[in-house]
Design a protein around this ligand. Sequence first.
Ligand code: ZN
Length: 125
Amino acid sequence: MVACPCGSGRSFADCCRPFVRGELEPPTAEALMRSRYTAYARRDEDYLFRTWHESSRPLTLDVDAVDWRGLNVIGTTGGGPDDVEGTVTFVAHHSTGAISTGSMRETSRFVKQDGRWLYVDGDVD
Ligand SMILES: [Zn+2]
């Protein structure tokens, strides 16, 4: 079994893979956030653009700069199957090259548009 990069404890096939492949829509903001983390870890730019709200979507992304080492979801507000907005607070661990490691804590904002959760923006603590 290939463990899912998002740290859910489930296999990639049973967790984020159907989302990043476009076979299923993430049902919650947290599921989208986890799948976007997985996309960063797997350097899947297409999925990141696809799940970024058009109001804040960047023109380019540099997904090669950082190696992502782990994710902890700290908490959520809203973001459930019946909600249209929500936030997810998380800590993501990373390294840049062999020497430098660190982590970032962010509260991300998500909206649901036409039945799809999208990332809007986030506040880094
Ligand atoms: Zn996952």
